[in-house]
Design a protein around this ligand. Structure first.
Ligand SMILES: NC(=O)c1ccc[n+]([C@@H]2O[C@H](COP(=O)([O-])OP(=O)(O)OC[C@H]3O[C@@H](n4cnc5c(N)ncnc54)[C@H](O)[C@@H]3O)[C@@H](O)[C@H]2O)c1
Length: 358
């Protein structure tokens, strides 16, 4: 993900009138090959295997901390204590306890600006869906669904990696990987789960290790969270969703209307209404423009790299006090609330019952 940020900074000129102009000046990775990738990026003055070097460098104003989940707490808290602003990666600590301690560290250092990564809501279609739900035009809400669906783990021969081992990824498994992506919009819109009934599936229990021999793959592959938010709020994070490569989708229906967006059709939004007594799902063509205007022609498609650019534009604009009411990145409290939901989901899987989300 660090490379994605380097690429986004390289495309920064695509943004019209952004108040900030970032430069990539320092990089850290303990893996020499990962660090060497940044040789292709001009302007980097510091490359290190020790993140403390970046914390000690006065030229470094903002960090992006994208490391495995078991390292989040130590590195985030060290960065906060060093007074560095940063965009954190989800899930913002390996579990609820870690996320709580990170937020407590932030409360002890209120001058440090921190947000959590979640780029999918910056798709233009997602923005239209968010605005439609927020406007109240759906009327009494009947149900909301937000899903993030992958299929790469369908291949049982895919080698093990840290995201497939609970000690690095967390007991919350796929919810740690994909959960913030589906919690961000509901939490931002005030659609708060009161209870959750969770169906958690560990489908592939072993995978090839470094020498090809099978090793345990002990993480939850698929999590389906049936939440009560005053109406059914269903959140799916699936690593094994046949037919889906990287699909984020949001559907909301109410008594007066409906809206649906999926990254599988990045230019289009579906909108429901009753017209002349007939039920109509209509398709709106949206094009490329999101929260921050770009030079990209309005008719062109929006993609993952655009979403990453928009998220960074939002992060740096908000840090500069120039968000001006636009959609912002997930906050530390939203990340903590998402962990509260995931912890309740783990309890629900234990008890087989709906559990309160505290
Ligand atoms: N927002 C998104 O769409 C998105 C997508 C993928 C991953 N992520 C998140 O980004 C984070 C990293 O995931 P990834 O897919 O980039 O993982 P990755 O394994 O590809 O990269 C992690 C990097 O961290 C390095 N590293 C490990 N320990 C380190 C240390 N002590 N100091 C410095 N570097 C260290 C590793 O060498 C590796 O290069 C995770 O929190 C993950 O959930 C977010």
């Amino acid at each position: 993900m660090g490379r994605e940020l380097a690429a986004a900074i390289g495309r920064w000129a695509a943004l019209e009138d952004h108040p900030v102009r970032p430069e990539l000046v320092a990089v850290c990775d303990t893996n020499p090959a990962a660090l060497a990738w940044f040789d292709r990026v001009d302007g980097i003055r510091l490359k290190s295997a020790d993140y403390q070097d970046l914390l000690a460098d006065d030229n470094v104003e903002v960090l992006y901390i994208a490391v495995p989940h078991h390292l989040h707490e130590d590195i985030y808290r060290d960065a906060i204590r060093a007074g560095k602003d940063f965009l954190a990666e989800k899930p913002f600590g390996i579990d609820l306890a870690a996320a709580t301690r990170i937020v407590e560290e932030l409360q002890a250092h209120p001058g440090v600006f921190v947000r959590c990564s979640s780029e999918m809501p910056f798709y233009p279609g997602a923005q239209l869906a968010v605005d439609t739900i927020a406007s109240g035009t759906l009327g009494e809400v009947i149900g909301v669904e937000n899903d993030f669906l992958h299929s790469s783990d369908l291949d049982r021969g895919k080698p093990i990696n840290w995201k497939r081992q609970a000690r690095y990824c967390g007991e919350i498994g796929v919810m740690g990987d994909l959960g913030m992506h589906v919690a961000h919009v509901p939490l931002r819109l005030g659609l708060r789960p009161r209870t959750v009934f969770a169906q958690l599936q560990d489908i592939v229990t072993e995978r090839p290790g470094p020498d090809g021999a099978a090793v345990p793959c002990d993480t939850i592959d698929n999590a389906t969270l049936h939440c009560d938010a005053g109406f059914p709020l269903t959140l799916r994070t699936h690593r094994i969703a046949p037919g889906h490569l990287n699909t984020w989708r949001l559907t909301a229906v109410g008594m007066d209307g409906g809206v649906a967006f999926s990254t599988a059709e990045p230019k289009a939004v579906q909108r429901f209404g009753v017209r002349d007594g007939r039920q109509v799902w209509e398709r709106l063509e949206l094009g490329s423009q999101s929260v921050f205007p770009t030079i990209t022609g309005g008719i062109f498609e929006f993609g993952f790299a655009d979403a990453v650019l928009q998220m960074w534009a939002a992060f740096l604009a908000e840090r500069a006090g120039a968000l001006d009411g636009r959609f912002g990145c997930a906050t530390p409290v939203e990340a903590l609330d998402s962990h509260g939901l995931f912890a309740a989901a783990l309890r629900s899987a234990e008890t087989g019952q709906a559990e309160p989300v505290g």
